[in-house]
Design a binder for this molecule. Structure first.
Ligand code: S3P
Length: 166
């Protein structure tokens, strides 16, 4: 892997964290997750941050996190919250941005009840689908690489490694 970071983007539930963890292990790199970073810095879960401070504050925290990553992190695999690149273009400067593209139907079929519950923007499924459609083109436009991630984890990893070599 080159000296810059790999930044995984995509809609909630598109597999960024599990793909990221495996990709990091395969490349002997560190794995970071921006949601987990924010939760540890704030001492509370994302759903609580949304509930108590609101989405705007959460987006501010994402921007701060992107800046910190840009200044301090190299050679890591970074999984990001689904809205991070939408609200914070600076994330592009953190590394090679890979969009894990998964159809909304697949996302829904993969998500368990507890995973739906911890995501405040997934409370209303119709709204979530509209958001998915709106964001898809933003992800594609802003990503360096788009990977068809509607496949088994092992296959997604192979597709990413191939795309990185080219
Ligand atoms: C969000 C996605 C979530 C989390 C927050 C907002 C979004 O992360 O950052 O609930 O705007 O899409 P995941 O993509 O890991 O679920």
């Amino acid at each position: 892997m080159s000296a810059i970071n790999i930044v995984l983007i995509g809609f909630m539930g598109s597999g960024k964290s599990s793909v990221g963890r495996h990709l990091a292990k395969d490349n002997k790199a560190y794995f970071l997750d921006t949601d987990a970073m924010i939760e540890s810095a704030e001492g509370k879960e994302i759903s609580k941050i949304f509930e108590e401070e609101g989405e705007e504050y959460f987006r501010y925290l994402e921007k701060t996190t992107a800046r910190w990553l840009k200044d301090n992190v190299n050679e890591a695999v970074i999984s990001t919250g689904g809205g991070m690149l939408v609200y914070c273009e600076e994330l592009k400067e953190v590394g090679t941005v890979i969009y894990l593209k998964v159809p909304f139907k697949t996302i829904l079929s993969r998500m368990k009840k507890d995973e739906l519950e911890k995501r405040p923007l997934f409370k209303d499924l119709q709204k979530a689908e509209a958001m998915y459609n709106e964001r898809n083109s933003i992800y594609e436009k802003r990503a360096d690489i788009t990977i068809d991630a509607d496949a088994k984890l092992e296959e997604v990893l192979v597709r990413i490694q191939k795309a990185l070599i080219v």
